[in-house]
Design a protein around this ligand. Structure first.
Ligand code: GDP
Ligand code: MG
Length: 710
């Protein structure tokens, strides 16, 4: 969301710009006091975000997605690129990861070729120090012209000094790199001919014969001639020659400005990381360890502590507060008012609020897994597996974000270059149980499935299986071939101790947004539901069974009989879930008398009901994100249709097979049906993987078979 329009006139706009994972968002949060998501992996920020500097309200700070160079490849890189060239930023703060100076300076030297003033923040000072890296900022300033500041965004070191310098306004002039004499001559000739902003950068790009760049501007014939002459006169130079010159300069600069006593701590950190990785990335151990981690996370957050806290709210606090309010309302002697407030509003809203402890705990764990660097490993090990189904490691990052909320998850697909991979990820991400669906999982686990945390975990694994199957199906049916996907270049960061404050902040953030939703969307939905269930079409107050809601529900209910939840209350709940998934729980709480739910549905039906709600179309917010991100209405509609069909078919098969097994509790039948199902699954997956789908047009294999490239 670009909030620039809502922000009052500012006198200075500072863009934070740098490589992925260098700490831009951490610095942004420090400067603006806001709480944007940070993560120990690239691709967390996919949109620019504007905030106001907390110590000087006339300064706007803009966080941009990470880029390695000024030549954009993916949508998020394009976002950063376009913003820099929009003419809006007055100053760039280039955030550089001090522990990775050489790679980061590539972008720095490109930024120095733009007309925008620049200051460089050498971030991760704490880590650089711990690793025995010393950077001579004076010398760097001498060589590149602009000012360099050592900071630690996470530890809030050196930030004030950096900002004082930026705001004072006496920004040192940048000194762009000097290339070889003949390159410089050609650059000068071009800059003398063109009348465009960012002349030097434009000249460099034209001389590099960057076709994509040349398309975006009007290149005079004279300039084309200079470029052609340059390449003709220097046939030994390749098009990447300028980049190579840049690299060799950077190498020299880094050698002269840093001293590294690469002794104890860096080696220690690397050794530790290597040791841990040997175990968690081990071919055989990686998946069992991941499964174990998830089980532990669920035992604590959904079962143990989280379950106990939620139970306290649902079973003690809710009836107690409802009793008090009912007592207050008694003198008014208006049963409908009491019913609206106590059953409708309080019942609906509190049923959702009771999940806050579980959700906060779960997100605390996810924050720890992200910040420590373990999540990057999971994405890494998933990459190869996901490639087989037309997705990649980046899709997995989206899926993990999707465990929080599908909306940012769908937006995070902007980092995916391959269009098929991107659209598939957008369609499949909503299968992940977001925090709202967590409420459905917890509700049914507690009420009908024995409160077993393993059952809760099984829903997560069911989602993963649905993603895999869905991916395969999409891969086979998407006919459009696209160019080979980008190889997944996720760096595996060193393991870091997660900062407790950032973990707490993320927990608080998730809890807060959940509560905010309970106070707005859920509250409104509760009131509307109460009205629909209290009145008939003639607006007479009636019993629930004769209400408008019942008549709608009864119309839909037959559809769901084969899925195991044929009573109209459940049909209505699947419908109201489109407003927000928490509403599924709210609806059932309002419609079904306290303690009676087990008479409405069997345990197995309840399990299937949860599965259906996990897989069916997401809430309106996610649907609209899916339409916007896919660009075409047709693609958005196809996604929805796909989700509906998958949800219906999967639930149907699951319920019917399970029911057979339960009905004939004969061990043979159970075993045979499980075996048949397992075989069917195995062979269909094998068939889909081997015979059909390759979304990629590779030069290597015209018939797309035995493709080893992907
Ligand atoms: P971005 O991709 O550039 O926006 O980077 P983030 O702000 O998301 O940060 C990437 C990772 O680096 C996160 O795990 C941060 O906690 C961590 N980080 C950021 N700044 C520092 C710092 O100064 N010191 C240390 N040790 N870690 C940092
Ligand atoms: Mg970021």
């Amino acid at each position: 969301m670009n909030k620039k329009e809502q922000i009052p006139e500012t006198r200075l706009t500072i863009a934070l710009c740098g490589n992925p994972n260098s700490g831009k968002t951490t610095l942004f949060n420090q400067l603006t006091g806001s709480n944007q998501k940070v993560g120990n992996w690239p691709g967390v920020t996919v949109e620019q975000k504007t905030g106001i500097y907390k110590d000087d309200k006339s300064v706007a700070i803009v966080d941009t997605p990470g880029i390695y160079s000024l030549s954009p490849f993916t949508i998020d890189e394009q976002v950063a690129h376009d913003y820099l060239f929009s003419g809006k930023p007055d100053l760039i703060i280039n955030i550089v990861d001090s522990t990775n100076l050489e790679r980061n300076l590539f972008l720095t030297t490109q930024l120095a070729e733009l007309d925008i003033p620049m200051v460089v923040a050498l971030n991760m000072l704490d880590e650089a120090e711990a690793q025995g890296i010393h950077i001579d900022t004076e010398k760097l300033s001498e060589q590149l012209g602009c000012a360099f500041f050592s900071i630690s965004a996470a530890k809030n070191i050196g930030i004030d000094k950096l900002m004082q310098y930026c705001i004072a306004g006496n920004i040192a002039q940048r000194k762009p790199l000097r290339y070889l004499a003949r390159t410089e001559d050609a650059l000068t000739a071009i800059t003398n001919t063109i009348e465009l902003p960012n002349k030097r950068w434009t000249a460099v790009k034209l001389l590099e014969r960057d076709k994509n760049f040349a398309k975006t501007i009007d290149v005079p014939q004279e300039v084309n001639d200079i470029v052609e002459r340059y390449h003709k006169e220097n046939p030994e130079l390749s098009t990447s020659d300028i980049a190579e010159q840049r690299y060799s300069h950077i190498e020299k600069i880094v050698a002269s400005c840093t001293t590294s006593q690469k002794k104890t701590s860096k080696q220690h950190a690397e050794r530790m990381t290597d040791k841990i990785d040997k175990i968690v990335l081990n071919k055989w151990l990686a998946f069992p360890i991941f499964a174990l981690v998830m089980v532990i996370v669920f035992f604590v957050s959904v079962g143990g502590l989280g379950g106990w806290l939620s139970g306290l709210i649902a079973d003690e606090l809710t009836p107690w507060s409802q009793g008090i309010v009912a007592g207050w309302l008694e003198p008014a002697n208006q049963p409908w008012l009491t019913s609206l407030i106590v059953d409708g509003v309080m019942g609906g809203v509190l049923s959702v609020v009771s999940f806050v402890p579980q959700i906060m705990l779960l997100f605390g764990f996810i924050a720890i897994l992200e910040a420590s660097g373990y999540m990057s490993r999971i994405a890494f090990i998933m990459d190869r597996l996901l490639n087989k189904i037309g997705l990649g490691g980046k899709s997995f990052v989206s899926m993990i974000i999707g465990c929080g909320c599908s909306v940012p998850a769908i937006m995070s697909t902007r980092t995916i270059k391959n269009i098929n991979e991107r659209n598939s990820t957008i369609t499949l991400t909503p299968f992940m149980p977001c925090s709202a669906k967590m409420a459905i999982i917890s509700f049914f686990t507690a009420k009908l499935l024995g409160g077993n945390a393993l059952v809760a975990v099984s829903f997560y694994f069911a989602s993963i299986i649905a993603v895999i199957l869905g991916g395969l199906i999409l891969k086979v049916f998407s006919r459009k071939k696209t160019s080979a996907s980008d190889t997944f270049l996720m760096e595996l960061p060193v393991y870091r101790m997660p900062s407790p404050s950032s973990v707490l902040k993320q927990m608080w953030d998730r809890g807060k947004s959940f509560l905010a939703k309970a106070g707005t969307v859920i509250l409104t939905a509760s009131v509307v539901l109460w009205l629909l269930q209290s009145f008939n079409w003639r607006f007479n107050m009636v019993t629930t069974d004769q209400s408008m809601l019942a008549s709608i529900g009864k119309l839909l209910a037959p559809l769901f009989v084969p899925l195991g939840f044929g009573s109209w209350e459940f049909a209505v709940a699947t419908l109201t879930g489109i407003a927000a998934k928490e509403t599924v729980v709210t609806t059932l709480e309002i419609l079904i008398p306290e303690g009676m739910i087990a008479t409405y549905i069997s345990s197995w039906g309840a399990y299937c009901f949860v599965i259906y709600n996990l897989l069916t179309i997401p809430c309106v917010a996610a649907i609209s994100a899916s339409f916007t991100e896919q660009g075409k209405v047709r693609n958005g509609l196809m996604s929805m249709l796909f989700q509906l069909v998958v949800a219906y078919v999967v639930t149907l098969v699951l319920y019917q097979v399970g029911n057979l097994a339960i009905k004939y509790t004969s061990a043979t039948i159970v075993t045979v049906s499980c075996l048949v199902l397992a075989f069917a699954l195995y062979f269909s997956v094998r068939y889909l993987v081997k015979h059909k789908g390759c979304n990629y047009e590779c030069d290597h294999c015209p018939n797309n078979e035995h493709c080893t490239k992907r």
